[in-house]
Design a protein around this ligand. Sequence first.
Ligand code: ADP
Length: 670
Amino acid sequence: MFSKILVANRGEIACRVIRTARRMGVATVAVYSDADSDALHVSMADEAVHIGPSPPRESYLRGDRIIDACRMTGAEAIHPGYGFLSENSEFAELCKENGIVFVGPPAAAIEAMGSKSAAKSIMEKAGVPLVPGYHEAEQSPKRLARAADEIGYPVLLKAVAGGGGKGMRMVRNATDFEDALAAAQREASSSFGNDDMLVEKYLEQPRHVEFQVFCDRHGEGVYLFERDCSVQRRHQKIIEEAPAPDMTPELRQQMGQAAVTAARAIDYEGAGTVEFLLDRDGSFYFMEMNTRLQVEHPVTEMITGQDLVEWQLRVAAGDALPLKQAALQIRGHAFEARVYAEDPDNDFLPATGVLSYLEPPRESEHVRVDTGVLQGDEVSVYYDPMIAKLVVWDENRERALSRLARALSQYRVSGLSTNISFLYNLATSRPFREADLDTHFIERHHEALFHASEDDRIQDLPLASLYLLLRMEQATRARAGDRDPWSPWNASTAWRLNEAAIHSGAIVLNGTEYEVPVVEIGSGENRRFRITAVGKSVMASGHLDGNELYADIDGHRQRVTVVPNEGRFTLFSQSGSMQFSLAQPDYGEDDSGSVAGVFTAPMNGVVVKLLVEPGSRVGKDQPLLIMEAMKMEHTIRAPREGEVTEIYFAAGDQVIGGEELLNFIPAEDD
Ligand code: ADP
């Protein structure tokens, strides 16, 4: 075994490789760019070498600098992770020339899989099933059109040099062929400098099922079963699982055997993934082979109990495969959800910013979190905006899925938008629970996933309202401290002499304000709230325990999680997730029953300065308090003339988004 390795990567995968190396007693060297000088992977490694400015082209893609770092530190091998130089055959060759072991396949194997058409020819010869198609050198439009006719429409045009879904066009019929071909060729030549095309039968509803393979240099090869990665957006995977739902032992063996045959056909060594399209009738077709460790490898580790990075290091050091095929078994079911800094409501646009608050769910034998960031880190424009991979395991799919939903609802991130609530909606949606999977899953179930229908959300309004009431009470109680417990302003109810205990407030959902009047009935153990939302009244009671709300709505008891973030709240319930906020009270239309006034922190931050004292009479728009969050100051102003009766924080105090800052009583109009 090596005594020292260099990890030519960053983020979660660099941390993940370092963890295994450390466990095996192998010393580690990290490399880092300017932007990563304080990154987690750097502090985890035994040594770290600066390799250049932040853009990958000037650092993580600089093979020469990485080789220099190896020489300087005496590392014997390089683990390339995924992305960056992991599938670069020239870099693999460069390592070899310098007497450094590249933890990956030989350069020739990387090259063989680099061209889609060359890879297909190799697979065809090896007897691995291919999607019916044309992948010859002759590229005249006439020849390609004839190929499409022979294959039968619909067909898919693919750039031979393609990747990342570019230069790909589906064609429904012969009339559209010419235009589609021209468009695909333009895209391919601008992206890859090569406009050669292959033509394939287009499968209408395939699943993406891939097999993990491993080969050693002693001629042995095994498969570590499959992963279903059908849930994709823009051809990018978001939730992966192992094993694939509805996979039969016979089909698994057939596909696994084909995957090993594919790897052997190119004299493969190390970890690889053979991707297949699985059609509805059970036919499967080779799509491509990735000659590296995949992002989603942890689901395979969870169901096999093996550490694939350990396998990689052992095989690269010349050992035989740790286990033979017969010794490998599937236990239980695992999911991986990729937690990204991005905005699902805005076409999954990547988000950047500081992770001002970050608390992943607790790790256990069921929950694993692979991450490369810590609270306070910045998600920058330079690299992939993935925050973490959340991996869960349990005895079967149903139980693993409920673990996934639970863990997602416990993931706390603030400072930037994430896809967590989208993932939660996905994991709890009926079609996903029923494993109704194919590569168009997200498009097909757009409605259910994005909750385009307002109805589901409105259903949860009483939960949101109950939460806000209980939270306000809690805050009031906490702050009352040793102050006068009999002051009506410390009372948690909307107590007013000779008036019913009415709270009124509006909740904002997707930009729409809903008036949600609440009447408090009874007291002590018997206290309940009558909450009216969009014309429907329910009786509610409950209590809060941290972020958990134990609610009883008309006798339906449920535990839901509510997470505050930047003045908004995300509620995770059985019907999915929803985001809401408290509308600023409109004092112009103040009605006699309303609570005095609610001033909530717009986001997590620090109180910088108090500009008034309790008891101050203030005019409209007068600044009351300054908060700082994410290096920006926010001034809280008086909405109208009135009195500030209480301020709950002192300068320097930390506040959580959504917390009440002060109590304000508007002046009487007359
Ligand atoms: P790229 O290398 O550009 O990512 P792939 O060949 O890996 O392209 O295909 C990416 C995705 O496109 C697949 O995961 C699948 O969703 C879809 N796809 C590819 N080939 C076909 C096909 N013949 N029929 C239907 N969908 C396909």
